[in-house]
Design a protein around this ligand. Structure first.
Ligand SMILES: Nc1ncnc2c1ncn2[C@@H]1O[C@H](COP(=O)(O)OP(=O)(O)O)[C@@H](O)[C@H]1O
Ligand SMILES: [Mg+2]
Length: 264
């Protein structure tokens, strides 16, 4: 893991974090001994078995959940409550059915009271960047699953968050659409230089997109290994898949997760 001076503090930093959930029936340790340092502009993928605490980890960074012990920092500041300087994308686009694509994106601006001119300008940029041109006025039911996720991505990026959290954002899409969105996400990340934390079940997606991959163990989730992918940031899909670094990374993830849980 990258060594970093405490005063410098990277983009996202977790130190000895543990999360325990207490329910009436039992206590669940969702995460333990998690330390992680993500640099500004880095793309980090998180893979691991179901229920190992991946979503919990993202919620900690967003300030939606407090750790039972340890500290979470975002851009050097301790996270003490919900943070507004992040973008969040989930598996379901969760668009408002009665609003057009553009107005779904603008919802973010309304909630944050962004200046209207700036919000409109940024919406137009994002629509072009994500290939939604021509669909600005379409309603969610008129959009494919892939397009709905593009709208959700625009909404998450509207306020130019320095950190983008993505929780299995392409999990519900067909394989071809997913590939296409992977290629677009690589390009958008290079254009925006936002720090990305992506939770995914797809080993190929993790290796294609990330600079580093956090592989987690079964519950209680802890970090089994951090893999440096070692590919250039700009990644052509076909040639990336054929590179030895890609094969090394995906092979290592499969070894760590074991054949049973490595099903893509
Ligand atoms: N609010 C909660 N209350 C109780 N248990 C929870 C809560 N949220 C998550 N858990 C439990 O914590 C573990 C990790 O959950 P989660 O982070 O959603 O896993 P993942 O995203 O890796 O599938 C699971 O066992 C889950 O049931
Ligand atoms: Mg999850």
């Amino acid at each position: 893991m990258a060594e970093q001076d405490a005063s410098h503090g990277g983009s996202v930093r977790l130190e000895d974090v543990a999360v325990r959930f207490r329910t009436r029936k039992k206590d669940v340790t969702a995460l333990r001994d998690v330390s992680l340092d993500v640099a500004e502009g880095e793309f980090v993928a998180i893979v691991g078995p179901s229920g190992c605490g991946k979503s919990t980890l993202l919620k900690l960074v967003a300030g939606l959940l407090k750790p039972s012990s340890g500290t979470v920092r975002l851009r050097g500041e301790p996270v003490t409550g919900p943070r507004h300087d992040i973008g969040y994308v989930f598996q379901r686009a969760a668009l408002l059915e009665w609003r057009s694509a553009r107005r779904n994106i603008l919802l973010q601006a309304e909630m944050r009271r962004m200046p209207a001119d700036r919000a409109r300008e940024r919406t137009a940029e994002l629509i072009a960047m994500t290939g939604l041109t021509g669909f600005e006025d379409a309603y969610p039911h008129e959009l494919s699953g892939g397009m709905q996720q593009r709208v959700a991505l625009c909404r998450a990026l509207l306020h130019e968050p320095p950190v983008l959290l993505m929780d299995e954002p392409f999990g519900a899409l067909d394989a071809l659409t997913r590939e296409q969105l992977n290629v677009e996400l690589n390009r958008i990340w290079r254009e925006t230089r936002t720090t990305v934390l992506l939770v995914t079940h797809s080993i190929a997606e993790a290796a294609y997109l990330a600079n580093r991959i956090i592989v987690m163990t079964d519950r209680p989730g802890t970090i089994a290994e951090v893999i440096d992918v070692g590919l250039p940031d700009e990644r052509d899909y076909a040639t990336t898949m054929a590179r030895p670094e890609f094969a090394d990374a995906t092979g290592r993830i499969r070894d760590l997760l074991g054949a049973a849980s490595a099903a893509d």
